[in-house]
Design a protein. Structure first.
Ligand code: PNS
Length: 165
């Protein structure tokens, strides 16, 4: 890509990646030349899937999208953007309840660096989706196969079976 290439980041924990995330990532590719999915690692939060597992799941889920790459990141998102020549942060908004915190983060991030935040409305079919709910439903034996890629569903079922056994 030449110097004009516009590069955006889709950041998140992705524990695990859902069709809601993938919808936003795919739509970001129609707005930007290149999209970097930044998977938060080394954060103190408890995760069901390890850093390496979440990165590997993202790589597999976006392998059909040539403009998309996947990297782990720790520290400030704005530092990651500067280091990777990224001019925009793309975030999905599911509902107005997402907006308060996302606006606060967008304004904080733009106070730290020239990066812009672009909000993309989540497609209605995924507006109720959250990784935390997917994990909760799956942990009680609920069927989440329509909400995540097939290989993620298989990994979830296996992980939760191991955890309970
Ligand atoms: O999927 P999540 O957990 O909602 O993702 C949140 C994430 C990783 C995008 C956000 O916590 C983040 O940007 N963390 C990096 C640390 C940082 O830059 N904090 C200041 C934000 S204003």
């Amino acid at each position: 890509m030449g110097p004009q290439a516009r590069r955006a980041v889709c950041p998140g924990s992705f524990d695990p990646v859902t069709h809601g995330h993938l919808d936003i990532i795919e739509r970001a590719t129609s707005l930007f030349d290149e999209v970097v999915v930044a998977v938060g690692v080394n954060q103190s939060k408890h995760r069901l899937f390890s850093d390496d597992e979440r990165i590997a799941m993202l790589r597999r889920a976006v392998e059909h999208l040539p403009q998309v790459s996947v990297e782990g990141f720790s520290g400030l998102l704005t530092t990651f953007c500067t280091e990777h020549d990224i001019s925009a942060i793309v975030k999905g908004l599911r509902a107005v309840s997402d907006f308060d915190y996302e606006l606060q983060m967008a304004q904080m991030n733009s106070s730290l660096s020239p990066v812009e935040t672009v909000f993309v409305p989540t497609s209605p079919e995924w507006s109720f989706l959250a990784s935390s709910l997917v994990k909760e439903v799956a942990s009680y034996g609920g069927d989440v196969s329509g909400l995540v890629p097939d290989f993620v569903n298989e990994a979830l079922v296996a992980r939760l079976r191991d955890a309970s056994g």
